[in-house]
Structures are given as structure tokens and as C-alpha cells.
Design a protein around this ligand. Structure first.
Ligand SMILES: [Zn+2]
Length: 499
């Protein structure tokens, strides 16, 4: 790509669900189109809205509200078709290039901030995230070596991994075995994840299987290169305070149900059932992935499969869907703050910035216009004209608070090492279920907890008693003049207590 091309603008809008991202994108596009007809195109960055149909569960903006603004990468995948982040990044890069060629401005908008981050800041994806793997990979020497040294039960586990991460509470044995397996394949990566974090543990083992390479070595390679922005991008984060957003999300779910959510879920179930009975379906079809991860599908599973379901079951399903939605919104905020912002900071250099603004979308109506739309129009105009931009932290108190993050390294290896876990020998009563604590502040905090201190003092007492017993035994032996091998005194103490 030439230098000139990288100077072409990209506007990105991220944020939680239910804050008016799509509306802002359309308003921005219409505003820009005042100077030239259809001057902007919207590129969808919502993993669920890539799928065709199912407009309610995927929260697609109704055609009428799009006001003729062209939306790309929207509704073009079939339910059950896999579509991974790397494929979307490739597709959206193409869409951006074509939009630029037409002298138009791409506005990337969606709740899948993870996608937007990898679009704006390249070189942080593993091979298996770049495309759906087409078959077994070639194994690297390290992987061959580590596999050869696995005990049979772990090798079996590696060749028949569970489809879904097990719950560590329901199946601690499997959770621990997976962690053991990861420790043998990639000790450095295993230190990073608690054995209870089965989703990450399993994901890393899958990376070994899909790429034939060791995940921490992939991270090491990526860390050699400093993160750089791919585009001259302007980034908006629409934020709403959770105590205001949550009731709004609840109300939206009630509305979704009224407008036919259950019919859509029934239709999805019908497609999945028909598809899984069809031998000719290709390997990219998986009815547990893609659209089938949309919030609501799983939550209504029991209700829709029970004969004569009760009202109570219905209300429980609704509550469960509301709960999942709130949790998702919380995760989205945490991603933006803890992942995206640090990467933006890291990539920023004196002569190449990615200006990033938090817009306070807590209130809708007039406040939304004055706090979200008006500043966005002003800032976008200034950005496109290469004029000076306002200080992001000065925009609102929410902006000042959310943008105030400590600077910390974001390269994959530093992230791995910063969050490595220590096994607390004191609190590990069952060696099969190690007590793992994150190094650093969490470890310091752990050492002052009541539980740890109580166990530590108990440990010391036991150690003292054992020392005294051992001494008495030694004295008795001395009296009996039994010859003693030097240093054998210590060997009476269990190794854990010796430190
Ligand atoms: Zn402890």
C-alpha cells in the first residue's frame, strides 16, 4: 500500500449494544452526503448482522431507518456458516479499498470491537483466526516433540478435544486435564491461564491443533513488531452508564419478543435440524457457531423443546436472555477499555495518531443529539479536513474517566507475562486442584487474605511440630547410637514444608 493510500480516512464506531451506533453511522453518512451525493458507505462490524435474515435476534437496523445509505458486509452469510475475524478483516479491507476508490468515506460500525481492533491494528491474529483451517496443519518440531512426550491419557485428550469448554465447577477433572495438557504443550501459555478458565485453555490447545505451532511462540514473533495503525482512522466509542443502559436493554428484549423473536429462533432451530441431517453439508457448517451464538438462541432452547412449557419457564428464559445481554454489554465495555484503548495508545506516535473519542450516549433524545451527534459531526468534519481536533478527555466527564488508563505494554508476550499465575503452595490443599493467583497486585492482595494467613500460620505450626518431632526422634536415635546418614533429618519433612 502506498503512503497516499494510508492517508485516506476511515471512521470507526464501536460501543455496547443499545447505544445508537447504527443511528450515528447513518446520521454521519447523511451529513457527509450534503457535500457530495452518497459520500459515505457503512461497513458492518457486527458478527451477528453478517448473517442473512433473522433481523430481530441480530438487531439489524430496519431498511427504512437506513435512509438509502449503502450498508456493506451485512446479511451475506448463511446461518451455520462460519465466519472468523480474519475473514472479516480481509473482506472489510476490500470494502474499504473499493469505497476509497469511489472517493467515498467508509464508516465501520458494529459491536464486535474485537473485529474493529484487528482491522485498524494488524498483525495480532493467529493463523486459525485468519481463515477457517482447511485441514490438519504441518506440525512444527516443537509441537512434534511435545506431543511425543505426552502420557497416553493426555494424547487421547488432545486428539479428541471437547467441542465446548467444560464448566470448571461441573467438571473439574476435565478442566484440570485440559490445563495439564496445555502445560505440556506450551508451559508459558499455561502459566497465563487459570485452570478454571477453560475457554482460554481449550482455545490455546485448539490453536496448537489448528496451526501446528506453539501459541506463546506465535505471540513472541508478533511481539517483535510494534503495533501500527493500518489506516488514518478516527474512532468513536459510544458509551452509556450501565445503570441507565441495563433497563433499556431489558425493554428492548421485551420488544424483540413482541415483534417475533421466538418465531425466528424456531426457524433457526428448523434450519439447524435440517442441516445436521444433511450429509452433503460442507465442513464450514456448524450449528453451534456463527449466528447460533446469538443471545437468545441458547436461552430459549429449553422452552422451545419442552412439550407444553409453563409460563414460568418462559419468564425464566426471558430473564436468562436479559442476564446474558447485560453480561455481554459489560464484556464489551471491558474489551474497549482494556484491549482497544491500550492498543490505540501504543500505536500512537507523534506523527501518526488514531484520535479516539468517547461519546456519552447515556441519555437518548435531545441529550443524545447534543452529546453524541453534534460533537461527532464537528469532530468528523475537522478530521476529514486535517484541522486540529479537540482534546478527547475534555469532551465529557465520562470521556475523562474512561480514557484515563495506565500506559502498559500491549505486545502479546508482555500481556502473557504480566498476567502469569503463581500456584499458592499454602492454599493448595489438594495438589490436583492448585490454587492459582495472578502475579503482581492480586498475589500481594492474596497474601494478606484471612484464608491464606490462617493456612500459612497453620502450616508454620505443623512445620514446627514436625521439626520438634524429628528432633526428638533424632535424639532418641543418638541415645541408641544408631548410625545416621548425614542430612537425612530433612528428609522426614514433606517437601512442601521445607521451603
Ligand atoms: Zn494462598
Amino acid at each position: 500500500m502506498t503512503v497516499a493510500a494510508t492517508r485516506l480516512p476511515v471512521i470507526a464506531i464501536c460501543g455496547t449494544t443499545g447505544v445508537g451506533k447504527s443511528q450515528l453511522a447513518v446520521e454521519l453518512a447523511l451529513h457527509l452526503s450534503k457535500t457530495a451525493p452518497n459520500r459515505a458507505k457503512i461497513i458492518n462490524a457486527d458478527a451477528m448482522q453478517c448473517y442473512a435474515g433473522m433481523d430481530i435476534i441480530t438487531n439489524k437496523m430496519p431498511e427504512a431507518q437506513r435512509h438509502g445509505v449503502e450498508h456493506l458486509l451485512m446479511g451475506f452469510k448463511q446461518p451455520g456458516e462460519q465466519y472468523v475475524v480474519g475473514q472479516w478483516v480481509q473482506d472489510s479491507m476490500k470494502a474499504i479499498e473499493e469505497t476509497h476508490k469511489q472517493n467515498k468515506i467508509p464508516i465501520v460500525v458494529g459491536g464486535t470491537s474485537y473485529w474493529i481492533q484487528h482491522l485498524l491494528f494488524p498483525n495480532r491474529l493467529s493463523q486459525s483466526e485468519l481463515h477457517v483451517p482447511a485441514g490438519p496443519p504441518e506440525l512444527s518440531e516443537d509441537v512434534v516433540h511435545n506431543l511425543a512426550s505426552l502420557p497416553p491419557e493426555l494424547l487421547d485428550l488432545f486428539s479428541s478435544l471437547p467441542d465446548h469448554p467444560p464448566s470448571a465447577s461441573d467438571d473439574p477433572t476435565l478442566a484440570l486435564s485440559l490445563h495439564k495438557l496445555l502445560s505440556r504443550l506450551d508451559p508459558e501459555m499455561a502459566m497465563r491461564w487459570h485452570w478454571r478458565d477453560t475457554r482460554k485453555v481449550l482455545r490455546n490447545i485448539e490453536i496448537v491443533r489448528e496451526t501446528g505451532r506453539i501459541p506463546s511462540l506465535i505471540a513472541g514473533e508478533q511481539s517483535k513488531e510494534r503495533v501500527k495503525a493500518r489506516y488514518r482512522a478516527l474512532c468513536y466509542w459510544l458509551y452509556a452508564e450501565p445503570d441507565v443502559l441495563n433497563p433499556r436493554l431489558d425493554a428492548r428484549i421485551d420488544e424483540m419478543i413482541e415483534t417475533g423473536l421466538l418465531n425466528e429462533i424456531k426457524e433457526m432451530r428448523r434450519i439447524a435440524t435440517a442441516g445436521s441431517n444433511d450429509d452433503t453439508s460442507n465442513r464450514d457448517t456448524d450449528y453451534t457457531l456463527g449466528l447460533y451464538q446469538a443471545i437468545g438462541y441458547k436461552e430459549f432452547h429449553e422452552y422451545l423443546t419442552t412439550q407444553d412449557p409453563s409460563d414460568r419457564l418462559f419468564h425464566e428464559s426471558v430473564d436468562s436472555m436479559k442476564h446474558s445481554t447485560r453480561k455481554y454489554a459489560k464484556r464489551q465495555i471491558s474489551w474497549l477499555r482494556n484491549k482497544l484503548l491500550p492498543v490505540v495508545n501504543e500505536a500512537n506516535t507523534e506523527d501518526f495518531l488514531t484520535p479516539t473519542y468517547v461519546l456519552d450516549a447515556t441519555e437518548l433524545g435531545e441529550s443524545w443529539r447534543s452529546r453524541v451527534l453534534d460533537p461527532a459531526l464537528r469532530i468528523t468534519d475537522a478530521f476529514l479536513d486535517f484541522r486540529e481536533l479537540p482534546d478527547p478527555k475534555g469532551l465529557s466527564s465520562a470521556a475523562a474517566r474512561l480514557l484515563n488508563i495506565p500506559r502498559r505494554p500491549v505486545d502479546p508476550i508482555s500481556v502473557l507475562q504480566a498476567r502469569r499465575k503463581i500456584i499458592c503452595q499454602t492454599c493448595t490443599t489438594d495438589p490436583e486442584q492448585p490454587c492459582m493467583i495472578e502475579d503482581g497486585t492480586q498475589w500481594e492482595a492474596h497474601r494478606t487474605t484471612k484464608v491464606h494467613r490462617r493456612l500459612a500460620s497453620k502450616g508454620t505450626r505443623v512445620q514446627m511440630q514436625m521439626m520438634m518431632q524429628a528432633e526428638k526422634q533424632a535424639e532418641r536415635r543418638m541415645k541408641r547410637k544408631t548410625p545416621q546418614a548425614p542430612g537425612s533429618l530433612g528428609s522426614h519433612l514433606p517437601s512442601v514444608l521445607v521451603k
